[in-house]
Every structure is written in structure tokens, then in C-alpha cells.
Design a binder for this molecule. Structure first.
Ligand SMILES: CCCCCCCCCCCCCCCCCCCCCCCC(=O)SCCNC(=O)CCNC(=O)[C@H](O)C(C)(C)COP(=O)(O)OP(=O)(O)OC[C@H]1O[C@@H](n2cnc3c(N)ncnc32)[C@H](O)[C@@H]1OP(=O)(O)O
Ligand SMILES: Cc1cc2nc3c(=O)[nH]c(=O)nc-3n(C[C@H](O)[C@H](O)[C@H](O)COP(=O)(O)OP(=O)(O)OC[C@H]3O[C@@H](n4cnc5c(N)ncnc54)[C@H](O)[C@@H]3O)c2cc1C
Length: 665
């Protein structure tokens, strides 16, 4: 069978695109030079034959998958080193990075992930200059491979409840690490099982019996030559998981393991030789790596979704099913408006979080500069933003990734579509780096505090400045500005009624803690509403800013998506808006019409918009989403890779089925 180069359906779709795809790709990459750089890295990475899988991962055993992931991680590291990639994680000079390229090599994650994403960043962020000099170089050269070991069997969320101890012995100038109970065993760190030889251990510091809170320690756990666990170290892998099965998440326990004093990372807090503790200017600085990772999750969530929506929209353009009109051929499923409703919001949401992630990264960098000169004023706002945007980006994008999978019908259930794996790694972001409900409660804590201080005349931080506005009812306005205003009213309304409930509960005799717990469903609602207002505002202002520099054709499409995002959210959150604004049934009717018109307007650009994400087939790794659109041929080719198809009759027939058929079992 000779194949055309591209499925005619996709050819037709590409011919209707109204904007320059390359221009949008450059914008999403934060600059044409970033696109060029990313493509150069991809050319290099995807030309390495050792990085290709001969047998799909899902047909390997757990052990083989791990070994394959290690082999590829090593080759990939070498290639990236040769290509000069350091940015992305450590020297992020601008906002694009190579994580998507990196991830695509491993459908289910790399055992080196934590080395790049948390081990090295913690050394850089928590070590003093001498420690950075020593450990960073060794880690960069992969002389040491590490992870971030914080979570324990008994506690993940409640860091103050962690049990691993680091007791200072001033006679030998060492810390003694100990795991006093089963529940104190570290549990979860990526790569910990059999990959890493060092790790950052978050442990309770004790000096002369006195506790000084959680501190980061750099601990060697395996011999650098033999890789055997060091004496007193109990280490292994935690087993199979929903996703990330090649990340080698592990457990770790200590039996009185001694490490030198200088292995406590001492940028913020110090322990002197004679056991004097010097506290950091702000105890929460020890949580700094988590803030950074939460900030980067917003971008990860957007990229998981953009990959899923690329697959689903391309597939929907080549898949024909049922009848729209009896006398016409079966339409592309993308012509069903319900399909557009499921998918176009995925493009808009991915844009929203991508542009927000760039903005949030700038806020984070600005804060770091202030922190370096001892100014911690913006820490509560940054913490609230990192928590809340991590939550809504991870939950929205995961929900939409799953919607993409379902929108592909049965074929979306195939591992070869890569949609199940994308769902797996995406849903993990709702749990790791702070479970989502807990992160919303942290956000609410900051909001309630700001609200109370504001009521006593203290100024609000920039993302909360609208709290100062009087919540006077005004006529519903369906413009972008009007909708943003309405969501800010929802945010104020939910926060003020949560605060009122807290006050009533305490007045009725509940302790502050019980009142908080009782009102916590309202509080997470208020936190989410604030996050929504932030995203709406930033997405719009960023597109207004970029709109001044891009072509009119692209500007128009970008605003179609912003409008779609706004109107979709308005219809989704209708209940809240009916409660806190002047939205009426008539407004809803006209918004529904507007939404349907927007779907129709975006339809000719759907393929152009997903092409602009610029995911090579190797990155998408999907039978359904390839650029050429030959989904059925790819499904069949992949199916033939199943080991069961290597022989016409499986031996189990003779062993079990035949005796059963013959009544001889
Ligand atoms: C040379 C070649 C190079 C090659 C390069 C290759 C490049 C490409 C490679 C890329 C591949 C890598 C891909 C990476 C992709 C990313 C993957 C990431 C993987 C991550 C895996 C997950 C890791 C983890 O999960 S680590 C564990 C995370 N754990 C948590 O998040 C725990 C959550 N719990 C908490 O944070 C806390 O306990 C908390 C906040 C719930 C409660 O804390 P605590 O009890 O101490 O506080 P409170 O009493 O509630 O509050 C006190 C006070 O402090 C404030 N506060 C709390 N936290 C913070 C904070 N972090 N910052 C600032 N302030 C904070 C809080 O608001 C209170 O303030 P008040 O003013 O008192 O109200
Ligand atoms: C794929 C993956 C990778 C990970 N990698 C690492 C790693 O590399 N290093 C590491 O240290 N850790 C890692 N973790 C652990 C992760 O950070 C924790 O699982 C996460 O922080 C959640 O904590 P937990 O498991 O204790 O959840 P729990 O806190 O036990 O949550 C269970 C339930 O209790 C609720 N809950 C808990 N506390 C409260 C509260 N105060 N108020 C209201 N509800 C509450 C939660 O909302 C949730 O519904 C990883 C986890 C996963 C899934």
C-alpha cells in the first residue's frame, strides 16, 4: 500500500488556517531564537539511535523498563551535555526549556528526573557558596546522582510531623541520622530505589535534645564504586504505581548514620562546630525548593494538556463517524459541536496556563532577587500564588487531558495513543509537591490574613488589590473586562462569606482551628475563586501585551481563544456568578450563543492552533496524533509489536484451552 504524504483531511484543515503558524510557535516558545534552539536540541536528541525504543515500553517487564529507562537517561544526559543544555533547569535565562523533549524520551518518566528538578536546585538554593561549589559541580558532572527525600510513610503533607532525626554530636562534629519508626521511613522520592547514591534528606534537627525544625542535609546512601547501600542505610523501590513506573520512586531508612557537620545545607540556617544554631531570617526558606517546583508545575500542566489536545484534535480531524446529514458522507468527528466543546477549551486552557506560567516565573525570579537582599515582604503572596496556580493548573489540565482521551473514543484507551500515560503523569501533579486541597487551604490562609489586615487599613498585594474595591452591584457586562470584574466579585464574595463564617463559628464558641476546619469547604472555594481571577487577569493582560507585537491575523486568533476561555468559564461557573453578580438568564442565553459562535470561528484554525505547539511525532509518541494523520496505519503497526502477535498460536492454547475444550482438564 502506498501512502500519501499527509492524510487529505489534515491537508484540507491546514489550508483553512488564517494565521502564520510559525509566528504562534515562536510566541509560545517565548521567541524565535528559543524555537530554533529547541529544534536544534530535538534534531540532535532524536537522531540518537540509542534513544529509540525497539519494543514499546508497555510490553517490557517492570525490571526491563527500569533498565531501559536508565540506559536512555544516560545517553540523553550525554547528548544534552554535548548540546550545551543546562538551561531548562539550572541556568534558566529565559522561559522556554527542554522538559517536553526530555519527557518524550520516556513515556513514564526518567529515574534522573529528581536529580534535575529538585536535587540540584536544592543544592543551589539551600547551600552556602562553599557547599554549592563542592556539590553542584559533582552533580552537574553526574559524579553524584541525587533526589529530594522529604515525604515519609507516615507524613507527606504535614512537614512539621516528619520523624527522621538529625542529631548533632558536637564531639565528632557529625549529625546522626535516624529513622525512629516504620512511619518515619522516607517514601516516594524519585530515583531513590536503585538509582541515586546521594540525596537531600529533610530531617528534624536536634542539638542537645532541643528541636530546631526541618533542615536539609546532603546524605550519601550508596558507595560511589560498588553502589551498595552504605552501612545503616535501608533503601529500595516502593513498587508499581498509576504512572511514573520508570522513575524508580523509593523508600529509605537510617540506623544511626553519621554525616559530617558541613553536610547540612547552611545557606539560611547554620550549626557551628560547638553546636550553636543560627536561625534563618525566615524559617520558611527551608521550603524554598517546593515553591520553585510548584511554580514550574504550572508550565508542565500546560504542556501535558497541549500534547493531549494536539493528539485529540488531529485524530478528530481524520476520524469520520455517524451522520450529520443523511445524504452526506460521515463527517469528521471534529465537525460535531460537542466535540469542539470538549477540545477547543483545551487549546485555550493550555495557552492560559502557559502565559501565566511565564508571568509567574518572572514573579518568582523577582522575588528571589528581593530575598537575596533580605526582603521577604512578597513571600506570602508568592507562596499563595505558587500553591493556588499549581492547584488550578494541575486539576484543570488533568481534567482536560482525560477529556481528550475520552474524546478519542475507544482508540484513546490504547496505550499507543499515549493519552493514558499523559493522564497518569498529569494527575500526579495534583498530588505531588503539595496535595491540591492542602495547597488551596494554604492559599486561603494567606487570603484570610490579607483580608483581615486589609480591613484594618493595610494595603493589599498586587494580585489582591481588587479586595479593596467596594462590592457594589453593577449591571452585567459581557466584555472581557466585565467578565474579569465579575470573577473578582465572586472572589470577594466567597472570601468575605468565608471570613464571616469563621467569625460566626468562633463567636459560637469554636476554637479558631475548629472554626477553620468547619469552614474549610468554603475556604477552598474562596482560594479557587482568587486563583481563577488571577488567571483570567494575567491571561488577558499577557495577550493584550503580545497583541501589540504580533500580526493582526494572529492577534485575532489569540483573542478568540481568550474570549472562548472567558465565556466557557462564565458558563461553567454560572451558579457563583448568579449569586455574586447581576448575571441574568438573558445574559446567559446570549453568552451561550457567543460561545457557539466562537466554536464555529475557531473551527477552521483548530489544526493550525495545535500544529503551532510544534510537537514532533517523536514528542507526541502517539498513534493517533501524528502530523501526517495516518492513525489507523499506525495503530495496526503498533499492534503488530505485541509479543503475542509473534506467533499465530500461543502455547497456552495447548496447555490449558485445548484440554478444557476436550474435557481433559
Ligand atoms: C548538563 C546536562 C543538564 C541536563 C539538563 C536536562 C534538562 C531537562 C531535564 C528536565 C527533566 C526533569 C523534568 C522535571 C519535571 C518536574 C517534575 C517534578 C517532579 C517532582 C516530584 C515531586 C516531588 C515532591 O513531591 S517533594 C515533596 C513535596 N511536599 C510537599 O509539598 C509537602 C506539602 N506541605 C507543605 O508544604 C507544608 O507542610 C504546609 C505548607 C502544608 C504546612 O506547613 P507548616 O505546618 O510548616 O506551615 P503552617 O503552620 O501551615 O504555616 C506556617 C506559615 O508558613 C507559611 N508557609 C508555609 N509554606 C510556605 C512556603 N513554602 N513558603 C512560604 N511560606 C510558607 C504559611 O503560609 C504560614 O504563614 P502565616 O503567615 O503564619 O500564615
Ligand atoms: C508521583 C509522585 C512523586 C513523588 N515524588 C516525591 C519526591 O520525589 N520526594 C518526596 O519527598 N515526595 C514525593 N512525593 C510525595 C508527595 O509530595 C506527597 O504524596 C504529597 O505531598 C501528598 O502528601 P501525602 O501523601 O502525605 O497526602 P496526605 O496528606 O496523606 O493526603 C491524604 C488526604 O488527606 C487530606 N489532608 C491532609 N492534610 C490535610 C489538611 N491539613 N487539611 C485538609 N485535608 C488534609 C488531603 O487533602 C488528601 O485528601 C511524590 C508523590 C507522588 C504521587
Amino acid at each position: 500500500m502506498t501512502l500519501k504524504k499527509v492524510n487529505p483531511d489534515l491537508e484540507k484543515e491546514r489550508s483553512t488556517c488564517t494565521f502564520n503558524i510559525e509566528e504562534l510557535t515562536n510566541l509560545l516558545d517565548t521567541g524565535a531564537h528559543c524555537t530554533a534552539e529547541r529544534r536544534a536540541v530535538e534534531d540532535k536528541v532524536f537522531s540518537v539511535k540509542e534513544l529509540k525504543d525497539e519494543i514499546p515500553d508497555e510490553f517490557l517487564s517492570h525490571k526491563e523498563r527500569y533498565e531501559n529507562a536508565i540506559r536512555k537517561s544516560v545517553f540523553l544526559h550525554k547528548v544534552l551535555q554535548e548540546t550545551g543544555v543546562k538551561r531548562g533547569v539550572y541556568n534558566r535565562s529565559d522561559k522556554s526549556d527542554f522538559r517536553t523533549t526530555y519527557y518524550s524520551i520516556f513515556k513514564d518518566g526518567s529515574p534522573f528526573m529528581l536529580q534535575y528538578s529538585m536535587f540540584v536546585p536544592t543544592i543551589l538554593g539551600q547551600g552556602d557558596s562553599e557547599q554549592v561549589e563542592l556539590w553542584y559541580k559533582r552533580a552537574l558532572n553526574m559524579e553524584i546522582i541525587g533526589t529530594y527525600a522529604q515525604t515519609e510513610l507516615g507524613h507527606g503533607t504535614f512537614i512539621r510531623g516528619l520523624e527522621t532525626e538529625a542529631v548533632y554530636d558536637e564531639k565528632t562534629e557529625e549529625f546522626i541520622l535516624n529513622s525512629p519508626s516504620l512511619s518515619s521511613y522516607k517514601w516516594w522520592p524519585g530515583g531513590l530505589g536503585h538509582t541515586t547514591n546521594y540525596c537531600i534528606v529533610m530531617a528534624q534537627l536536634k542539638i542537645k535534645g532541643k528541636p530546631y525544625g526541618m533542615q536539609p542535609f546532603i546524605v550519601q546512601i550508596r558507595d560511589e564504586e560498588t553502589h551498595m547501600p552504605l552501612p545503616g542505610v535501608k533503601v529500595g523501590e516502593i513498587g508499581a504505581k498509576l504512572a511514573f513506573n520508570t522513575v524508580n520512586n523509593g523508600f529509605l531508612g537510617f540506623e544511626h548514620v553519621r554525616i559530617p557537620r558541613r553536610h547540612m545545607l547552611m545557606r539560611f540556617s547554620q550549626v557551628s562546630k560547638d553546636g550553636k544554631f543560627t536561625s534563618s531570617a525566615n524559617p520558611k526558606l527551608a521550603y524554598g525548593t517546593m515553591v520553585m517546583v510548584r511554580v514550574t508545575i504550572v508550565n508542565s500542566a500546560a504542556t501535558y494538556l497541549s500534547r493531549a489536545v494536539t493528539i485529540a484534535i488531529r485524530y478528530s480531524a481524520v476520524r469520520h463517524q455517524s451522520k450529520l446529514k443523511q445524504n452526506e458522507p460521515e463527517p469528521q468527528i471534529l465537525d460535531y459541536v460537542t466535540q469542539q466543546h470538549k477540545l477547543f477549551i483545551g487549546i485555550a486552557t493550555s495557552h492560559a496556563y502557559m502565559f501565566c506560567s511565564y508571568w509567574l516565573w518572572d514573579v518568582y525570579v523577582m522575588y528571589q532577587k528581593e530575598q537575596n537582599v533580605g526582603n521577604f515582604d512578597r513571600l506570602p503572596e508568592l507562596h499563595a500564588l505558587a500553591c493556588c496556580l499549581k492547584v488550578i493548573s494541575s486539576s484543570d489540565c488533568t481534567g482536560l487531558v482525560e477529556k481528550c482521551r475520552m474524546s478519542c473514543g475507544g482508540h484513546g484507551f490504547m496505550m499507543s495513543s499515549n493519552l493514558p500515560q499523559l493522564y497518569g503523569i498529569s494527575t500526579a501533579t495534583c498530588t505531588y509537591e503539595g496535595e491540591n486541597t492542602v495547597m488551596l487551604l494554604q492559599t486561603a490562609r494567606a487570603l484570610v490574613k490579607a483580608w483581615e489586615l486589609g480591613s484594618r487599613g493595610r494595603p493589599f498585594s498586587p494580585t489582591m488589590s481588587y479586595f479593596a474595591e467596594k462590592n457594589v452591584p453593577s449591571k452585567w457586562d459581557s466584555s472581557l473586562e466585565g467578565i474579569l470584574n465579575a470573577f473578582q466579585k465572586v472572589s470577594i464574595g466567597k472570601l468575605s462569606s468565608s471570613v464571616s463564617s469563621l467569625q460566626e463559628y468562633t463567636k459560637s464558641g469554636l476554637s479558631a482551628e475548629d472554626a477553620w476546619n468547619k469552614a474549610s469547604v468554603q475556604l477552598i472555594g474562596a482560594a479557587e475563586a482568587w486563583g481563577r481571577a488571577v488567571v483570567l487577569s494575567i491571561y488577558k493582560s499577557e495577550i493584550e501585551r503580545y497583541g501589540q507585537t504580533v500580526s493582526p491575523a494572529l492577534k485575532s486568533v489569540l483573542f478568540d481563544l481568550v474570549e472562548l476561555y472567558y465565556v466557557h468559564l462564565t458558563l461553567e461557573k454560572m451558579g457563583d456568578l448568579l449569586l455574586y453578580t447581576q448575571l441574568s438568564e438573558k445574559d446567559v442565553v446570549s453568552l451561550r450563543k457567543k460561545y457557539e459562535d466562537l466554536l464555529e470561528k475557531i473551527r477552521p484554525n483548530a489544526i493550525g492552533l495545535v500544529d503551532a505547539f510544534d510537537y514532533r511525532d517523536e514528542v507526541l509518541n502517539s498513534t493517533l496524533g501524528s502530523y501526517d494523520g495516518f492513525a489507523y496505519e499506525r495503530l495496526m503497526t503498533e499492534a503488530m509489536k505485541s509479543p503475542l502477535n509473534a506467533e499465530p498460536v500461543n502455547q497456552s492454547f495447548h496447555k490449558y484451552i485445548k484440554p478444557l475444550m476436550k474435557g481433559k482438564l
